[in-house]
Design a protein around this ligand. Structure first.
Ligand SMILES: NC(=O)C1=CN([C@@H]2O[C@H](COP(=O)(O)OP(=O)(O)OC[C@H]3O[C@@H](n4cnc5c(N)ncnc54)[C@H](O)[C@@H]3O)[C@@H](O)[C@H]2O)C=CC1
Ligand SMILES: O=C(O)C(=O)Cc1ccc(O)cc1
Length: 307
């Protein structure tokens, strides 16, 4: 049995459009309604046949929904929730895909105090954004973390788990606070490092202009991919996961200072030991099959062109 019969997606960018495509492929009888604040995005969604219906307002989109999935930048969650508040069916489950959780939950609760809320975060994405960049297999073999509030009933969590599993994701539960700390280490600070190193290279433009392009086949090229990620989305993530990001940045700063000292004093053992440890981490990730180089990951899936 399907976990939901009528799914509404608010925000039809990379993640919203990928959910729509994945639902089409994996649960073809589910009725998908979409809404986006940007009329151009709504037009594109109609043109590429992303949803069964694209509504003209957020309220009209949710009026008979079983599941409402908020797929907007985390700084826009409160506004998106306010737009659906008056028309949301009392028994509909509201979820989101925001990359930070504690502040998003607080913002959603302030606007939807009585809603059945099961927040989530699919740990899957790309540096691209917009409705045409999504693809149906984005969530396959990836984690989706659900962060229900204390005291949340089990049934809605189970239904949302079944939904994400149908899209191919592996589901794990965490407290919102723990989610935010884990993601600060594994995703948010790495993005900040990429933004920062690409910015530093660009500040040295006069020295590096040609070299940056010429030699960017190395690690720098990987940084430029990450640093091409959506500015609105990432600005919002850093402002909303402030405490955890600052905590991890403090620790990183101490570790970088330690490396600086090792380089200054010619302490090769310290460098070698760390690099040996980090190489083992990379190899264990590959051994667990959690690497993007796996053949069923990546961006060129047959399903991409299908919807
Ligand atoms: N991009 C990624 O790799 C991942 C992003 N996420 C999360 O997914 C969410 C969406 O990100 P993307 O799909 O990448 O962004 P996107 O920029 O591709 O799409 C966001 C869409 O939301 C729309 N929007 C903004 N405010 C709105 C409002 N108040 N009402 C209705 N529509 C509104 C925009 O017009 C845009 O079309 C973010 O919260 C982000 O943290 C989660 C996992 C991965
Ligand atoms: O493109 C990449 O390397 C990513 O890290 C994708 C990503 C971006 C944001 C998230 O909240 C989760 C995953």
């Amino acid at each position: 049995m399907l976990p939901f019969a009528r799914v509404t997606i608010i925000g039809l960018g990379l993640i919203g459009s990928s959910i729509a495509r994945a639902v089409r492929v994996t649960m073809p009888t589910v009725r998908i309604t979409g809404y986006d604040r940007d009329p151009g995005v709504r037009d594109t969604a109609v043109r590429i046949g992303l949803c069964d219906d694209v509504a003209d307002s957020a309220g009209a989109a949710v009026i008979d929904a079983d599941l409402v999935m908020l797929c907007v930048p985390v700084g826009a969650m409160a506004a998106a929730a306010a737009d659906i508040a008056d028309d949301l069916p009392a028994d509909a489950i509201v979820s989101d895909v925001g990359g930070s959780k504690e502040s998003v939950i607080a913002a959603l609760r302030a606007v939807l105090p009585h809603a059945v809320l099961v927040p989530g975060h699919p740990v899957a994405g790309t540096e691209n954004s917009g409705p045409e960049s999504g693809f149906a297999t984005l969530f396959r073999g990836r984690w989706c973390i659900l962060t229900p509030e204390e005291g949340c009933a089990e049934a809605p969590v189970a239904r949302l788990r079944a939904f994400w599993e149908a899209l191919g994701a592996d589901v794990e539960l965490m407290t919102p606070r723990h989610h935010d700390l884990v993601l600060a280490v594994t995703s948010h600070v790495p993005h900040l490092i990429a933004y920062s190193i690409v910015g530093t290279a660009s500040d040295l433009e006069e020295v590096t202009q040609s070299e940056v392009i010429k030699f960017s086949a190395g690690g720098f090229r990987d940084f430029t991919r990450i640093a091409a990620s959506d500015p609105t989305m990432w600005r919002d993530v850093f402002l909303n996961n402030r405490e955890a990001v600052l905590e991890i940045l403090q620790r990183l700063t101490e570790d970088v200072t330690m490396l600086q000292r090792a380089i200054r004093w010619g302490d090769g053992d310290t460098l070698f030991d760390l690099f040996t440890r980090t190489r083992a981490i990379r190899r264990s990730i590959i051994a667990q099959g959690q690497d993007d180089a796996r053949p069923d990951f990546g961006r060129d899936h047959g399903e991409t062109a299908a919807v």
